[in-house]
Design a protein around this ligand. Sequence first.
Ligand code: SF4
Length: 484
Amino acid sequence: MNEEKLKKVMIQTLGCQMNVYDSERMADMLFLLGYEPTDSPWKADLVIVNTCAIREKAEQKVFSSVGRLCAIKQRRPRMKIAVAGCVAQQQAEKLSARFEGVDLILGTRVIHKLPDHVKALENGESRITDVEMPDSGGLSEENCPPAAQDYRRRPGGVSRYVTIMRGCDNFCSYCVVPYVRGRENSRPPGRIVEEVRGLVSAGAGEVVLLGQNVNSYGKKEKLCSFAELLEQVNDVEGVERIRFVTSHPRDLSDELAAAFSGVKKLCNHLHLPVQSGADPVLKRMNRKYTRDAYLERIEKLRSVSPDIAVTTDVIVGFPGETRQDFEMTLDLLEQVGFDTLFAFEYSDRPRAPARKFDSKVGQEEKNARLKQLLQTQEKITRRIHESLVGRTMNVLVEGYSRHGRSPRKQESGGCVEMTGRTSENRIVNFEINPDQGLVQPEDLIGKTAPVEIIRACANSLKGKMPVEESAVLYTSKGGKIHAA
Ligand code: SF4
């Protein structure tokens, strides 16, 4: 492709991993139309905001972002603006009425039509809104990613996302996903395995399988179970680690729990959103499990894999949540010993049934509960991190840490700081000195290396590579190659 003719696209991604994955697919499709990525709206011919509607704050962020882009467009009238994702699906009319500068509004289930719509805009069409939600009864071929050679340009480095299913049939009372992403549909296992192969050939060491509720993968379409899919991905040569998100506690089967010991490449980490530790709240949330049932699942998992790291999501201030309910949640954090959590204050969402619930918790109380929850979790995380000091853990190296290449680091004896994750998804930052060792930092990226944990920090671990090990380069298969 002639470099001079390349147009530029900026994709701004808000929200969850599903959106990150969708943005990668959009970049793939636009590349075939002659677009290359840029980070600046001042250079872009096309800007796409891929949006999130899960919380009120996230939605407000979308509106301010689109407002800023429309202001830029007044000075660059040829630039096209597209809004995609959950807010586009849910608020198409509002976006259309409020922002004259928006050229394309694209729903969550019609991403594959992006190239056609962009071509139409290039040919002079003025405004396109496509928020159709076809119930495909399984993801159609055009919803699947393009040919394998395109994986090479996908950003994301060592760890890559693969969507295995879309939508959700659970209808938790606070959630907009079933309305904005539609009903649950699973992709055929063959397509998933093919995509994993493509990503591995482009350098991925780890794949993260994505779905709103991976435990019910394939059930509706009678494909295979999620545990069987894990086996198939495990068999792909070159895959070193497999992760997945998100699981619904109600559907966590014994077969899946057993996969944590039986599927060799599956990481020793499970994200299992609990949302609340109080039964009355779980009932109003329509979560369809109790606190005891959740704890039984954790017990089952730990009988299979005693060291498994469990992380979770919690909503504070759900309508009707009493102080006592909240304290049950704090108690549950201690009882399970979560590695970490994502915590959110409840906010009303359009169409979600909980918006009509009474006994709303006041803003000040929600702030106080969130603060207390995070402080409680901080102590638990620190305790877990401290228990790991002195251990040597295998770290999949992702690249330089945030401060890894700072001038201060380079002045202090030529050390650079690398970052990576353990199988339990704990972040480990560790220094190596390229002047002393035989291994260069770049050689480590994408490889698994043993790192000794020397300090516990609030959100990460600090480590060092044993001297004798730093002269050795680890292959992604765990074997060793001497660098000299
Ligand atoms: S399981 Fe509940 S919270 Fe998760 S996406 Fe489905 S409806 Fe939303």
